[in-house]
Structures are given as structure tokens and as C-alpha cells.
Design a binder for this molecule. Structure first.
Ligand code: THU
Length: 133
């Protein structure tokens, strides 16, 4: 357990939640990626009638980061309309890992503003990295 998230951040996550397109699961998720230079990129989950085509909030936020030229994730915040804390799915852990700075923090923010943090290394030990040469 870590101290409550910065209230402005918890607010920003909560304000994104209604934008999620989640007519199939009803689970609204928001994510904010923070880069080393302090920039923030937002995302929500975008479901599809062809279920596997759905995109997680974390993946949306990472796409926004990459689109805007961001390279490295220092921290990623996630929130949802479920009770308690949620944690990125396995696929999103690998997507975060791809861009994570060492020690990159994944911060789950509950509806009451409470926060819990794990590093990406804790959430994805031995993630896949393609080293060539
Ligand atoms: N979802 C996310 O967006 N992020 C997560 O970390 C876990 C799950 C989405 C996928 C789907 O749209 C809905 O939540 C229910 O699984």
C-alpha cells in the first residue's frame, strides 16, 4: 500500500472513465502514461463487437505516447469502475515492458483515491526483450 495518488491525477483518471467504449463488459478502464520528461498520455479501453479486436486502456495510452514521440515510460496509472485495485493484463504488462525505464512504476488507483504501486519488474519478471547482435 502506498499513499493516496495525487488528487489531480486520480481526478484525471476518473474523468476519462466515462469515455471508455465498453458496451460488452461494462468495465471502464482509464490509463495515464508518464514519460521521463513529465509528459502525460491518456487512454481508455475501446471494445469491439468482434471481441478480440478490443484494446485495453494501457495500450491506448501507450499508442498516444508513441504517436507524440514519447520513448520511455517512467510511470503508468490505471483506474477502473470496478471496486478495489486493478492490474494490467498479461499482454499489457509486455506492452509496458517494451517502453519501461528500469523500475517503471505501475500505480493502480481505486475509486476513493487510494493507490497501490508495483514495479513492472514485479508484475512481469523476465519479460521478453529482443536483443539482436
Ligand atoms: N481492460 C483494460 O483496459 N485494462 C486492463 O488492465 C484490464 C482489462 C479492459 C479490457 C476490456 O475492455 C475490459 O477491461 C474487461 O476485460
Amino acid at each position: 500500500m502506498t499513499p493516496p495518488a495525487d488528487p489531480a491525477l486520480a481526478d484525471a483518471l476518473a474523468r476519462l472513465l466515462p469515455n471508455a467504449h465498453a458496451p460488452y463488459s461494462g468495465v471502464h478502464v482509464s490509463a495515464i502514461v508518464e514519460t521521463a520528461d513529465g509528459r502525460r498520455h491518456e487512454g481508455v479501453n475501446v471494445e469491439n463487437a468482434a471481441y478480440p479486436q478490443g484494446v485495453c486502456a494501457e495500450a491506448s495510452a501507450i499508442s498516444d505516447m508513441v504517436t507524440k514521440g514519447g520513448k520511455r515510460i517512467r510511470r503508468i496509472y490505471v483506474a477502473s469502475n470496478l471496486p478495489g485495485f486493478i492490474w494490467p493484463c498479461g499482454g499489457c504488462r509486455q506492452k509496458i515492458w517494451e517502453f519501461a525505464e528500469p523500475g517503471c512504476e505501475v500505480v493502480s488507483v481505486a475509486a476513493d483515491g487510494a493507490a497501490e504501486t508495483h514495479t513492472i519488474e514485479e508484475l512481469l519478471p523476465l519479460g521478453f526483450r529482443l536483443e539482436r547482435g
